[in-house]
Each structure stands twice: as C-alpha cells, then as structure tokens.
Unconditional design. Structure first.
Length: 506
C-alpha cells in the first residue's frame, strides 16, 4: 500500500503540474503580465500575503507591470479608474469571490461575506436604517460617554509623563463605542486598556486565519471544525466571538428592568440591539434571531478595527506634518472661540469644518483600513475590463491602496495634502474622479454598512483631542501588519494637556 502511494504521489503531482501548465499556455489571458510563479500556482500570492505587507507590494506590481497584473493562475489585480463602475458599481453582477468564504462559519452566512447578491441586498435593505446618517443622532450619547473616558486616560498619561501606544487605545475606544452602541454598555476596554476576555486577540486571530484560508477556500470547511476547538487559532477566535455575541444578546434580553439599567453605566438611549429586538418582536419573519446574531457579530468583528486603524491613520499623518496640524488646530480653535464647537464636539459641528473634513479624507486615502484587493468573480457572459475580455469565473479585484496611490488621479500621491480636496472643489470633473477613486469603506452595494458610525466616532474624537492635547510621536516611521486590515503596531506617543489657543512651535 505504502509503495503504491510512493509511486502514485509523484505521478499525481506531475499530472497536476501538467494540467496547470496546459491551462496557462492555452488561456486567453496568458499574455497578462505578473510574477512568473503566479502564472502556475496560488502559492506565490499566498506567500506574499502571509508576510503582511501586500498593500505596498500591490502598488509596486502595478508600477512594474501596468494596469492589469496576474497574482495567481486565475486572479488579476486591476488598477484602472474606468473599471471601478464595472466591477463595484451599484447594480454590478460581480459577486464576491470565494475568498470571502473564509470570513464566516462554513455552515452560516454573514452580511460581509455573503456571496449571494440577492440575499445580501435584502439584508442591507432590512437593516440599512440602523446605520444611516439619520440614526447617528441617537448614537451620539454612546460616543460621548466613551470620548469622555478616553479624555480621562489622556489626562492621566499627561500627568504621569509616560508614553503609550495610541493605536491600542484607539482600539479600546472603538471597541467600547461599538459595545455601547450595539448592546447599550461598554465592554470596559477604556478602564485599564486591558483586553477584556481576550476579545481583541480573538479578532486579530480571525483576521489572520480568514485572510489566509480564504486564498484556499476549499480548505476552510475541512480546517474550521478541527481548529475551532483550539482557542489559539483563528477558527477558535471566530467561535469565541460568536459565543461572546450570543452571550451579550442573551444578557441584554434579560435586562428588562429599565430602572435597574438606569442605575448601571448604561447610557439612556436606545441601542442597536434594542431596535433589533423591537423589530423582531413586531415581525419575527422579517427580523429573526439569526439576523439579531449576525448583525451584532458584524458590529463586534469589524466595528473596532476599522475605526481604530482610521483614527490612527489620521493622527499619525497629522503628527508627521506639523504645518497641517497647525492649520487644523487653528480652524478648531477658531470654531471653539466663536461658539461653533462644543466641549464634546457634536457630529453636526464637525461636518461644518472644511479643513477638518479634508484632513479626514486625505488621511483615509493615505492609510485605508483594508489593504488587499476586494476580489470579485466575473459573471456569466464575461466582461471587458481595462481593454481586456475576462471570461466568466475569472477573479478580479482592486486594492484600495492601489487606487489611492494612483498618480493619474492623485498627483504626488505619497504627500499628505488635505488641500488637494479643497482645491478640487473648483474643478468638478477632477473632484468627481477623485471621489470615485476614494474608497476607504468600499464601493457600491457592498459599501461598509458601519461607515457612518465609524465617521461619527472619528468626527467627534479627533477635533476634541487635537484641541485639548499636544502629542509627540516617538518615531518618524511605524510598523504595520496587513491581514485584510492594515494595523499599526508601534504608534507610541507622549501627551501633554494643551493650553487653549497655544500655538505649535515652529
């Protein structure tokens, strides 16, 4: 038996190699350039993603090979503004690729990973109102509560004269905000900066596992059951988050005594789960217990990392560009002195500051939370992209980082220039093109559901801490790790409370 296996194994490997060689040779896309090994094996792409820096390599690939680059035998990275509408535009029939299967339980579906276009559209239609701009006013008290605690921690660091990891504390803030908004109570990360019940670690494990296993999605159902039994694995992290959310929902439903709730640390406003429970009780067929679970899980899984990374990106580029920081602070001080900016910074107030809006937009261009191509499957009938015909079933995608560093749309793309957005307002066509290529929250029907909540969190916190504190970064460059989300690991700073009106030294 073993002798037979020893004879058959090399034969099977040889046959597989010949099959791939034949496909690569006969493919109508055989002349599309890219790394040599990527023509024959997905291992090249897997290995590059595994190293955690693909956002930069993806940019370099397009600089070297052009607008269409092969990264795996049937997988192509696209860098072409004209392709955005085709692939991601509203009404596009390009479904998410099998890579997204790695982001869910093999026997379940979730909003983010759902490849069924109709079901996803139906789910968004049911719950979009909970994430809409008009709902933000109901969530502001939850954000204010956490922003106050964040301010206390900064004051303590200022008094103690100790450096701290700002990226970590931004995640503590974002985690507590999303807990407050979703369940009506904080998780408690802002109390001591500790990882409550290992939730942060679990999310990070899920990111690594899902990013990598999605490249070989056929392995996900085989690995998940076994690995989910071990807490140290990404599958175990996903199982933990599922249990974590179910427990929170169960406890939430048990707390029916509103007076007792008022005496706790809860903010007196209707939270996300409150609204879902009311909708479920009103129409159990339209809003089910499973909907309650997946929407809560979606908030916890993605609602902290994306916002924390975006907050870090904004502050990092401000601290590395003193002229921009000075200009923003002048605007904030001016609005404060004129009574147009309150202590807690209302969301509506933040939207009235043009330079702050430009700073946010430019920082999210420079450092988007996601750093891998948003893979889609070419639908039946094929499609023409960037002057090439791609058969049905081909996997294509654009990386936000590639789009945001496209020199054709963003000249001098490596420079942090919020002014580019203000200058473009006098050139409508140019501004339109810039906005089309600006996609930190995705595009079209798959735009991140929590986009407005994330913007709310950033809009209320950044002006407040820029106005009230001075920050000194410990280094001029930082280290990031890209497993779908491009997370900084060493954003160390010192902080000092600022005297209102104090100018930055030149």
């Amino acid at each position: 038996m073993y002798l037979s296996l020893l004879v058959l194994l090399p034969l099977l490997i040889s046959l597989q190699f010949l099959l791939r060689l034949t496909r690569a040779t006969l493919s109508s896309l055989r002349d599309i350039p890219g790394p040599f090994l990527a023509r024959y094996t997905t291992l090249w792409y897997f290995n590059r993603v595994r190293k955690g820096g693909f956002e930069h390599e993806n940019i370099t690939l397009h600089q070297q090979y052009g607008p269409v680059v092969r990264v795996a035998p049937n997988q192509y990275s696209i860098s072409d503004p004209a392709a955005i509408k085709t692939i991601y535009g509203t009404g596009s029939r390009f479904a998410k690729s099998a890579w997204y299967d790695g982001w869910k339980h093999p026997k379940q579906w979730t909003v983010f990973s759902d490849r069924d276009i109709r079901r996803h559209a139906d789910t968004r239609k049911r719950f979009a109102g909970l994430y809409s701009m008009s709902s933000l006013v109901h969530y502001e008290p939850f954000v204010d509560h956490c922003a106050d605690l964040f301010d206390r921690r900064l004051a303590e660091f200022s008094q103690d004269k100790k450096s701290f990891n700002m990226g970590h504390w931004f995640q503590c803030y974002a985690f507590d905000v999303i807990g407050n908004i979703t369940f009506g109570e904080r998780f408690g990360f802002l109390d001591k900066g500790e990882d409550i019940d290992g939730a942060m670690a679990a999310v990070h494990k899920v990111l690594m596992y899902s990013t990598l296993v999605g490249i070989y999605p056929e392995w996900h159902p085989r690995l998940f059951g076994l690995l989910s039994k071990f807490a140290w694995t990404g599958a175990g992290g996903r199982a933990y988050i599922g249990q974590f959310v179910q427990q929170k929902i169960r406890l939430h439903e048990e707390k029916t005594d509103k007076l007792e709730k008022g005496r706790s640390e809860h903010v007196q406003a209707q939270d996300f789960v409150d609204k879902l429970i009311m909708a479920r009780n009103k129409d159990p067929e339209k809003v089910t217990d499973y909907h309650l679970f997946i929407m809560g899980q979606s908030n916890v899984s993605a609602g902290s990392d994306t916002t924390a990374i975006s907050l870090s990106g904004i502050m990092w580029y401000l601290l590395q560009n003193e002229a921009v920081l000075r200009k923003l602070r002048d605007e904030i001080d001016d609005y404060t002195n004129r009574g147009l900016l309150s202590e807690n910074v209302a969301f509506k107030e933040s939207q009235e500051m043009p330079y702050f809006q430009a700073v946010m937009k430019e920082a999210l261009r420079m450092h988007s939370a996601t750093g891998l191509p948003m893979w889609r499957e070419v639908p039946a009938g094929g499609a023409e992209i960037s002057g090439r015909y791609f058969p049905a079933g081909t996997i294509v995608g654009m990386n936000t980082w590639v789009a945001h560093y496209d020199e054709r749309v963003f000249p001098d793309a490596k420079s942090f220039r919020p002014e580019r957005w203000i200058e473009a307002e006098s050139e409508p066509e140019r501004l339109k093109e810039m906005n089309q290529m600006h996609m930190p929250f995705g595009l079209g029907s798959r735009t991140c559901l929590g986009k407005h909540i994330s913007i709310l969190e950033m809009s209320k916190l950044i002006p407040r801490i820029v106005r009230d504190y001075n920050f000194t970064p410990l280094r001029r460059s930082w280290t990031t790790e890209n497993y779908w989300f491009v997370r900084p690991s060493d954003f160390e700073v010192f902080v000092q409370r600022r005297v209102r009106g104090q100018k930055l030294s030149t």
